[in-house]
Design a protein around this ligand. Structure first.
Ligand SMILES: Cc1ncc(COP(=O)(O)O)c(C=O)c1O
Length: 348
């Protein structure tokens, strides 16, 4: 047997990395840890997925139909769209395409720094304010050496948003600015139409959340044709599967279903916020999840275990560098699940 000395082959900056740890999924437990839409996809999407099952011997070929449907939904042109295998892949494509260093907020979605590190690109973090609010001047100053900036609005995991005028201020740096709008449908406001004005703006979105398609993996970028054109050179061929294409087209034909889910989920997020805020410190959210500080009552691990005993899975973050608390995130499930969670929460 040949014994491989991995350090001779693995890129040196990869050796020190840790694999991504997703929110846990356990059979028989209610998962409120990955900001999914627990109502699931539209029944019309399920029907379409079944219909296309026998066609999977073919490579995906409905790219232009998908791009047209997404563009219509996002109120832009098809030439502004880059489709991805989840918005995770869009982030990966962006970091492969544009020069680093990469700058982003702390705390924010972990994949900006993770993909930068995988590519051996320097990452520069800039902390949110003590109350997790956004300070544009501080962000611009602290990411001065970065060439590629990631904003996230509503921000995962805090739930807060970045006002449009602050996005415009960051765009004024002339750097490539990504605004991750994974939770756009819950917030209802977007900066996507600014792509007509700013060549340096990329808006990313996903159909994993409000549309309930997390398992199929579909996300997209909205950008000027110049930026989209550069990203398309990096995008792997056939990155969106034939089944996913069918599901995306069907889901975008039935936005009424999605909007119904969003309405309910937003109402339930308010109930969840109030319940969590009575016990701990909860931060205002424009999304389908609530960010909380459980200190001094519990560490986030203790809170996770207490809820696990009641058969709920939440997302523990523990300590976040530069912030004093013990943080966790909980998303609203279906109304029934959310109500059950609140009852269980009141019992710990
Ligand atoms: C802010 C943000 N961006 C991107 C993603 C990735 O989404 P997708 O499932 O489309 O890869 C997530 C998922 O949690 C997210 O919270």
């Amino acid at each position: 047997m040949i014994e491989l000395k991995t350090t001779d082959y693995v890129k040196p900056w990869i050796s020190g990395l840790e694999p991504y740890v997703p929110g846990q999924t356990r059979v028989g437990f209610i998962k409120l840890a990955s900001n999914e839409n627990n109502y699931g996809p539209s029944p019309k999407v399920v029907k379409e997925v079944r219909k296309w099952a026998g066609k999977i011997y073919m490579y995906p070929y409905r790219d232009s139909e998908v791009n047209e449907a997404v563009a219509k939904y996002a109120r832009v042109s098809a030439e502004n769209i880059v489709p991805g295998n989840g918005s995770d892949e869009i982030i990966d494509i962006i970091i492969k395409t544009f020069r680093g260093p990469v700058g982003a907020l702390i705390p924010s979605f972990i994949e900006y720094s993770a993909f930068a590190r995988i590519m051996g690109v320097e990452f520069i973090g800039s902390s949110l304010k003590d109350d997790f609010g956004f300070d544009a001047d501080k962000f611009i100053r602290e990411t001065g050496d970065a060439n590629l900036l990631f904003l996230c609005s509503p921000n995962n995991p805090t739930g807060g948003v970045i006002p449009r005028e602050d996005v415009v201020k960051v765009l004024g740096t002339g750097k490539i600015v990504v605004v991750d709008e994974a939770y756009y449908e819950f917030y209802g406001k977007s900066v996507a139409e600014l792509v007509g004005e700013y060549d340096n703006l990329i808006v990313t979105r996903t159909m994993a959340k409000a549309f309930g398609l997390a398992g199929l993996r579909f996300g997209y970028a909205i950008a000027s044709p110049k930026i989209a054109g550069a990203m398309l050179k990096v995008k792997p061929p056939f990155n969106v599967s034939l089944i996913t294409q069918a599901a995306v087209i069907a889901a975008l034909k039935d936005t009424t279903y999605m909007r119904k889910c969003v309405k309910r989920i937003k109402e339930d997020t308010k109930l969840l916020f109030n319940a969590l805020n009575r016990k701990f410190t909860a931060y205002p959210t424009e999304s389908n999840f609530v960010f909380i500080d459980t200190a001094p009552k519990y560490t986030s691990k203790e809170f996770f275990n207490r809820m696990l005993e009641k058969r709920f899975i939440v997302r523990p973050f523990g300590r976040i560098p530069g912030f004093p608390g013990e943080y966790s995130r909980v998303n609203a499930g279906t109304t029934e699940e959310t109500k059950k969670f609140i009852k269980a929460l009141n019992g710990i």
